[in-house]
Ligand binder design. Structure first.
Ligand code: ACM
Length: 675
């Protein structure tokens, strides 16, 4: 049978089914177990929810928020207002049964069971925190058809694979005010994350009020810090969403901002000023003076009382040791004590910190560098330097969490992060060792982000890390992940996250308030340079530099480019007219875009740095168009033509404005195939 006959037969059989089938579901994270059933629960304004059992008030507030989100999405004027423990609801459409109030702490039960049938919805949970996770699943299940909104009938039994599923937000390199934290907590809750790690002190800023040592925040923050009242608000907001808050005070390096008000803590004489550059800096605490520990005892005692979680992060990363090496008093002290090198000196410092934390009822977590045989086994190693250190730590009896592979500030694609597993498949850990791997954290380092752009660097990619940490290890289908990520990304905007909508706003400003279509066509197919390459392109970034250029508006991962690359692959396989047509339309748009963008540029100086890249896209698209036409018609363009295009390809690969054009490879594939 001919290929096209087969296709017609296939369509005849499957098309009716496809047309009537419901939309494929877009849950993220994918639940542990899910069974579809017949029918739907149809949502209307009479929808009500009741809560049975012993839930924390947290659950009632979460149900109210869910109702408002449902109402907001559907436009239905729902009759139920604010859900409180006292009110009884007759014949609720949804019944939540909760056994006990949960505790927002490591290892708490977050399981839930959700059943949707045409007659109603049931959510059962051990703790109300499991209930919160189930409510987010229900919100992701909402579908619509010609008859209105509905939830598909199904049953879900779900629980997390790892107990520590975090997002670290650096509020120091660029200050991130309360509203950034709150909306990101909402985003985290939507994808069932349960740890907010706040990186609160750095060379560039000391971002929390200390009542005992007010010079820390007064002199180290430019006035941008969280008051203790605000911290309590953040903790309460997180608690209401089943999220722990872990503070990090990075020591002994990354501490310049402490020394502005307290130069006596440093290993070299001051004065110090708040750091405005990025990188690993020299200022380091002096671990040989008792006065250092006196201040840390007071300060950490104050912080221990403020943050309820048992864990406190002491950083410990990237101490370059230069100030220690250069200080004769420190060198003499080390000699006297028999401390042989800087690693051992830092281990001594950490052992003193451990005593202080223990006294204040806290457990220590720190970056890789704190791992030392002298440390007790109840500390947590936070792995950032490589996949091995977590395995090593687990073998040596330490608990650990993974961030290596989840550095979202490196601007890598979602597919990369998605396939990084905290438990390496080849690690051959015993079940006991595996259990020491508690999970992971996405890290939002803030050198290159501002409150305006941070959401677009966190979301939606962090949602796929959340899935890696929650869903069964077998959930690894990258194409399906992208399909669901796109849906979830749009839903996240209902939580005030602005990762999609700020794009247009930034393009409008870049276009100097002119029409943005041509600029968007270009910005849609560039990505910021990855893996910190942005710092080595002849531009020096400071904390006060503009983060408003095309590179900042551009998304970490171009879905236009991904979709185009897939169409090219399919076209080269099938040589089909439809894919060929779509590819050619796209190439023609890129080819013609340059002339339009030049008109915009005439009155938009801020985008002129992209002129040559736009020209290169047009040239490459023209060659790609010739290639696609030739392929479609079964012609060959020859190697001389191919050699000529090579130059276009090489030119187009060069970064401009710290961005790179990310459709070069698929166009080069077309050019190659046409020779
Ligand atoms: C780190 O990225 N220096 C923890």
């Amino acid at each position: 049978m001919k290929k096209c006959m087969l296709l017609i037969l296939f369509l005849a059989v499957t098309l009716p089914a496809l047309l009537t089938a419901a939309e494929p579901l877009a849950l993220m994270p994918v639940p542990e177990k899910m069974t579809m059933a017949e029918g739907q629960y149809r949502l209307d304004a009479s929808f009500t929810v009741a809560v049975n059992g012993q839930a924390d008030p947290r659950l009632y507030a979460a149900v109210t928020r869910m109702l408002r989100r449902l109402s907001g999405r559907t436009g239905l004027f729902m009759t139920q207002d604010v859900i409180t423990p006292g009110k009884t609801i007759e014949n609720p459409a949804m019944l939540i049964s909760c056994q006990r109030a949960g505790v927002v702490a490591l290892g708490e039960d977050e399981s839930y069971e959700l059943t949707v049938s045409p007659a109603g919805i049931e959510l059962r949970c051990v703790t109300d925190i499991g209930g919160l996770r189930g409510l987010e699943t229900l919100l992701q299940l909402l579908q619509a058809d010609e008859k209105g909104f509905y939830f598909p009938a199904l049953s879900i039994q779900d629980k997390p694979r790892f107990p520590w599923r975090g997002l670290m937000i650096d509020v120091c390199r660029h200050w991130m005010p309360m509203k950034v934290i709150k909306r990101n907590l909402d985003g985290m809750a939507a994808v069932k994350m349960n740890v907010l790690h706040l990186h609160l002190s750095e060379d560039q800023g000391f971002r929390i009020e200390s009542k005992l040592y007010p010079k820390l925040h007064q002199m180290g923050s430019d006035g941008f810090y969280f008051t203790q009242t605000e911290i309590k608000t953040i903790i309460a907001y997180a608690n209401a969403r089943g999220i722990r808050v872990i503070p990090e005070f990075d020591m002994p390096g990354h501490t310049t901002s402490w020394f502005v008000g307290h130069p006596e803590l440093a290993s070299a004489p001051g004065p110090y000023t708040i750091e405005r550059r990025w990188g690993v800096m020299d200022p380091t605490m002096d671990p040989t003076r008792e006065s250092t520990y006196q201040l840390l005892d007071g300060f950490l005692g104050e912080m221990a009382a403020l943050f309820p979680d048992p864990y406190l992060h002491i950083g410990g990363d990237e101490n370059n040791g230069k100030q220690w090496n250069a200080n004769p008093a420190i060198q003499a002290w080390m000699k006297k004590k028999g401390i042989k090198d800087n690693h051992a000196l830092q281990a001594y410092f950490n052992s003193r910190l451990l005593k202080i934390l223990t006294k204040h009822g806290k457990r220590m977590i720190g970056w890789d560098e704190i791992l030392h045989p002298s440390m007790p086994k109840d500390i947590v190693i936070h792995s950032w330097r490589g996949p091995d250190s977590l395995v090593q730590a687990a073998r040596r009896g330490y608990m650990g969490i993974l961030s290596n592979g989840y550095y979202i500030d490196l601007i890598q694609p979602a597919s990369y992060h998605y396939l990084v597993d905290p438990v390496r498949a080849d690690a051959q850990l015993t079940p006991e060792e595996q259990a020491r791997i508690l999970g992971g954290e996405a890290t939002s380092w803030a050198e290159l982000v501002t409150p305006e752009t941070i959401d677009s660097r966190i979301w939606p990619r962090t949602a796929v890390i959340a899935e890696r940490l929650w869903s069964p290890v077998s959930v690894r289908d990258v194409d399906d992940m992208y399909r669901r990520m796109e849906v979830i990304s749009r839903q996240l905007e209902e939580l005030d996250l602005n990762h999609i909508k700020n794009y247009e706003m930034m393009l409008r400003r870049l276009a100097n308030q002119q029409e943005t279509t041509a600029l968007r066509v270009l910005a849609d197919v560039v990505e910021p340079l990855k893996i910190y390459k942005r710092h080595s392109q002849g531009v020096t970034y400071y904390s006060y530099s503009p983060y408003t250029r095309v590179v900042d508006a551009a998304r970490p991962e171009s879905m236009t480019a991904r979709s185009f690359a897939r169409k090219v692959e399919a076209f080269l396989e099938s040589r089909s007219g439809q894919e060929g047509g779509e590819i050619m339309n796209q190439l023609a748009l890129w080819q013609e875009n340059h002339a339009r963008l030049l008109q915009t540029m005439a009155k938009a100086p801020a985008i002129r740095e992209m002129e040559s890249l736009s020209q290169d896209l047009a040239d490459l698209a023209a060659a790609g168009l010739q290639a696609a036409e030739a392929i479609q018609e079964g012609r060959k363009l020859g190697s001389d033509w191919g050699a000529l295009q090579k130059e276009h390809i090489e030119r187009a690969k060069k970064p401009r404005g710290q961005t790179e054009l990310v459709v070069v490879d698929p166009i080069a594939r077309l050019i190659q195939a046409a020779q």
